[in-house]
Design a protein around this ligand. Structure first.
Ligand code: GLN
Length: 203
C-alpha cells in the first residue's frame, strides 16, 4: 500500500484519512518536514486556506512542500486544498501563499455569501458509474486553466453553470468540493491510483 499523507495543520484531516484507508492507502498525518519527506503522495484538506497558508510558514513546510511538488509529488487538494495548490488566488488576503502545483487561477468563496453551501450531481471525467454527489462549502471555483490542465468537472446548471470545479495537471488533482464527506470513495481511489503510478507528466 502506498503511504499518503494528509496535511494536518488545520481542516478536515480525519475524513481524508478514513477515505484514503478505504481506498487502499496507508493514511498518515503530516505536520513536520520529516513526515512530508516520507510520503508517496499528499492530500491538502478543506478548511481555511489563509490559516493553512500561515501555518505552512509557522511549521516551516512552505518551501519543502513547494520543492516536493516541483519534484513531482502527487497531490490532491479539496476546497481550501485546491486554493493552496493554485498558482494564483483571487479574493484572498494579500499575505496568503500559494503552492503553484497547478497552473490555475482560483477565486475563493466564489459562489457568493448567500450560497454558503450546496450540493450538486456532477459528471467527473474518468470516473465511471453514477454521477458524483458533490458537497460545496464556501467553495472556490477555477477561473483560469493553463495549458496542460485538464478540466474534470463543471457545475451542470444554475447561475454557476459551466464553472470549473475539478482539475488535474499531471500528478496533481483538485476539487472545489469535498468527496471526503459523502462516503463516495471514487475521487480518493483515483488519487491513490495516481500515487501508485507516480504519474509525472506535467504539461
Ligand atoms: N473558503 C475556504 C477558504 O478560503 C475554503 C472552504 C473549505 O475548504 N470548505 O479557504
Amino acid at each position: 500500500r502506498p503511504t499518503v499523507g494528509v496535511l494536518a495543520l488545520q481542516g478536515d484531516v480525519r475524513e481524508h484519512l478514513a477515505a484514503l484507508e478505504a481506498s487502499g492507502a496507508d493514511g498518515v498525518t503530516v505536520r513536520r518536514r520529516s513526515e512530508l519527506e516520507a510520503v508517496d503522495g499528499l492530500v491538502i484538506p478543506g478548511g481555511e486556506s489563509t490559516t493553512m497558508s500561515r501555518l505552512l510558514t509557522v511549521f516551516e513546510l512552505l518551501e519543502p512542500l513547494r520543492e516536493r511538488l516541483r519534484n513531482g509529488l502527487p497531490a490532491y487538494g479539496s476546497c481550501a486544498g485546491m486554493i493552496l495548490l493554485a498558482s494564483e488566488i483571487l479574493d484572498t488576503r494579500p499575505d496568503a501563499h500559494c503552492l503553484s502545483g497547478l497552473d490555475i487561477t482560483v477565486r475563493r468563496n466564489a459562489f457568493g455569501r448567500q450560497v454558503d453551501s450546496f450540493e450538486e450531481n456532477l459528471d467527473f471525467v474518468g470516473i465511471e458509474g453514477e454521477p458524483m454527489r458533490a458537497v460545496f462549502i464556501r467553495a472556490p471555483w477555477v477561473e483560469r486553466v493553463g495549458d496542460g490542465v485538464e478540466v474534470l468537472a463543471t457545475v451542470p446548471e444554475g447561475p454557476a453553470a459551466g464553472r470549473v470545479v475539478a482539475v488535474r495537471q499531471g500528478s496533481v488533482l483538485a476539487t472545489s468540493f469535498h468527496p471526503e464527506v459523502t462516503g463516495d470513495r471514487r475521487v480518493h481511489q483515483l488519487f491513490v491510483d495516481m500515487v501508485r503510478k507516480g504519474a509525472r507528466a506535467r504539461g
